[in-house]
Write a protein that binds this ligand. Structure first.
Ligand SMILES: C[S@@+](CC[C@H](N)C(=O)[O-])C[C@H]1O[C@@H](n2cnc3c(N)ncnc32)[C@H](O)[C@@H]1O
Length: 231
């Protein structure tokens, strides 16, 4: 499974940012800004932040841009091609980010190495959600925040419209722009199946690693942010 996912992201790396902006009408940037706010690193110094499944590095770059001198950012992804784009973006903005290739479910960091850990639109792709959450909690200090941004399924009136959009328009545009129908079909399929809201909170709770868990619903439930503090 992970090889297939890694290859898929490597294949679409070149058009990933453009499609993200087009398909979400740029709204993914607002969602990522909200992750940054919830991390509550503003006003603090000597923060060590870890962003997993960083992809082309948007969230890691967002943190580094806002907290250049107070936050050391490490960012991990298992696709070399996605990382290459992330590195080039950070270099062009003169931002120092420690990009590493690695698996979010088997991290190569000591326990208690970070003050915050984030993952945006990555956790639904990993082989084991629980292993990823366990690793995120292991590498941060006790009482630190672990923050997950992931797609959900909107409910109510909007849900019908969104289903049509995500089932037909997203794979179609994905195919035209990235030349890869399967990747954007997978995006729709994996998002439609992924546990969201209370169900994801139950998974976080089941690990026994978090307290003060809560979630925020974004854009009628298209996406969710989950926050937990490590015990
Ligand atoms: C949808 S992209 C999200 C990228 C970025 N975080 C964003 O919000 O735009 C998912 C990323 O997760 C990475 N990924 C998936 N499974 C992974 C794993 N087990 N370990 C590390 N990276 C993984 C993929 O290579 C891809 O870059």
């Amino acid at each position: 499974m992970s090889d297939k996912i890694r290859n898929m992201f490597s294949e679409i790396a070149g058009s990933y940012d453009l499609l993200n902006d087009i398909l979400s009408f740029g709204i993914h940037r607002r969602w990522k800004n909200q992750v940054v706010r919830l991390a509550e690193v503003s006003g603090k110094t000597d923060i060590k932040l870890l962003d997993l499944a960083t992809g082309t590095g948007d969230l890691a770059i967002n943190f580094k841009k806002k907290f250049k001198s107070t936050c050391a950012v490490t960012a991990v992804d298992f696709s070399e091609k996605m990382l290459a784009i992330a590195k080039e973006k950070a270099r062009s903005m003169n931002l120092e980010i420690d990009f590493r290739q690695g698996d979010a479910t088997k991290l190569n960091f000591e326990d208690n190495s970070f003050d915050v850990s984030t993952i945006a639109f990555g956790i639904r792709n990993v082989d084991s959600v629980v292993s990823c959450l366990n690793e995120m909690s292991r590498v941060v200090k006790s009482g630190s925040k672990v923050i997950v941004l992931e797609f959900g399924q909107p409910k109510g009136l909007f849900s019908e419209l969104y289903t049509i959009y995500s089932k037909y328009i997203i794979p179609y545009l994905g195919k035209i722009i990235s030349k890869n129908f399967n990747a954007y079909n997978y995006l729709q399929d994996s998002s439609a199946k992924f546990p969201c809201g209370g169900e994801f909170i139950d998974i976080m709770q089941s690990t026994g690693k978090f307290s003060e868990i809560f979630y925020q619903q974004l854009s009628f439930g298209i996406a969710f942010i989950y926050v937990g503090k490590t015990v």
